[in-house]
Design a binder for this molecule. Structure first.
Ligand code: PLP
Length: 350
């Protein structure tokens, strides 16, 4: 066995390829705060076309993308309706509350999804007692839901109902392209139903930095202003935007390889005694599985894997997550599955 590490912690660990670095090195730059960054402008135009929206703003992170989208479509004291396992709620330092001043009313549902009918009882009546329901957030693919894909019709139905109830709709599309590649649909199939959409370049697409928020011009002007307020303006950011452009040009179709690897991996480890998962639920590049308690906790199992050169995160007491990406080959996928089988076997004996 070599010393090679197979890093399945996240698709954020991807490093820019040589060709991407070259495109970044060649990027024309300007001062984006003064409005003349040619590469950032090109990226924003490309993203707004791809997402079928009037405008888009490049932001440093997915967290800032969600925060800008939330802040620009709500006022302090408003309420957001979202799934209780949403990334923006779970993993973004409570920014929706701390910075945007919003509360969240939870909608539950299997694998991060919910239905139009779920919204009706959650929308607050217009009485003095209640916060104002203002925004629905849909996460696609849904991270803690297992990398699950929202059916297009379900997004359409939820968004339509939200709009009829007077709410705006934001799609946290950090991994929107994974959903689109898996289903074989254009992003606009989804995005035409929502008011704003964010997307990460620094996940499976393999760029080093950045996300985008797209929407109508008026909303995106507000997003732009809030990006400035939150300290997110960047000057010669064409250097990193060039990585994102390269990612859109070269790394979208290949997401199918990550999905294939995730499915292979899931099918393989589903047969290992002591591991439970439903391989049929693996739709994109993420595999969540549980280790039986007699083998220790998820964290202990992750530590054992680490010693064997496979890195992944525990996401619950018995639960682990493996994410497949640009820097994990099919051969490494098989090796990681093999190592898991071996670790289970050896720890069962111990
Ligand atoms: C990663 C992620 C984000 C946030 O992205 P950062 O760039 O890490 O801030 C937002 N939403 C989802 C679903 C994510 O997986």
């Amino acid at each position: 066995m070599g010393t090679e590490v197979i890093d399945l912690r996240s698709d954020t660990v991807t490093k820019p390829t040589a060709a991407m670095r070259e495109a970044m090195a060649r990027a024309e730059v300007g001062d984006d705060v003064l409005g003349d960054e040619p590469t950032v402008r090109a990226l924003q135009e490309k993203a707004s076309d791809l997402l079928g929206k009037g405008a888009a703003v490049y932001v440093p992170s997915g967290t800032m993308a969600n925060l800008c989208a939330i802040r620009s479509q709500t006022s302090h004291g408003d309420e957001i309706i979202a799934h209780n396992e949403s990334h923006f709620y779970f993993y973004e330092t409570g920014a929706f509350a701390a910075v945007a001043g919003c509360s969240v009313r939870f909608v539950s549902g299997l694998r991060g999804l919910f239905r139009a009918d779920d919204l009706d009882p959650l929308v607050r009546p217009p009485q003095i007692h209640f916060p104002q329901s203002r925004l629905v957030v849909i996460e696609n693919t849904h991270n803690r839901g297992g990398g699950s894909i929202w059916p297009v019709e379900q997004v359409a139905a939820v968004a339509q109902r939200a709009h009829s109830l007077g709410l705006r709709v934001h799609m946290d599309g950090a991994r929107l392209m994974n959903a689109c590649i898996a289903l074989g649909v254009e992003p606009t199939a989804y995005t035409r139903h929502v008011d704003t959409v964010s997307m990460c370049f620094s996940k499976g697409l393999g760029a080093p930095v950045g996300s985008v928020v797209a929407g109508d011009r008026e909303t995106i002007e507000r997003v732009h202003r809030f990006r400035k307020m939150f300290g997110g303006t960047m000057r010669q950011s064409g250097i990193i935007a060039a990585g994102a452009i390269y990612a859109l040009d070269h790394h979208v179709k290949r997401l199918a390889e990550d999905h294939a690897n995730a499915k292979r991996f899931a099918a393989r480890i589903a047969r290992v005694p002591g591991i439970s998962l439903n391989a049929a639920e693996v739709e994109t590049n993420m595999v969540f599985f549980d280790v039986d308690a007699q083998w220790g906790t998820g964290r202990q199992f992750a530590r054992r894997l680490e010693r064997e050169g496979v890195r992944m995160f525990d996401t619950g007491p018995q639960r682990l997550r493996a994410v497949f990406h640009l820097d994990v080959s099919a051969a490494q996928t098989d090796r990681a599955a093999e190592i898991i089988a071996q670790v289970m076997l050896s720890s069962a004996v111990a």
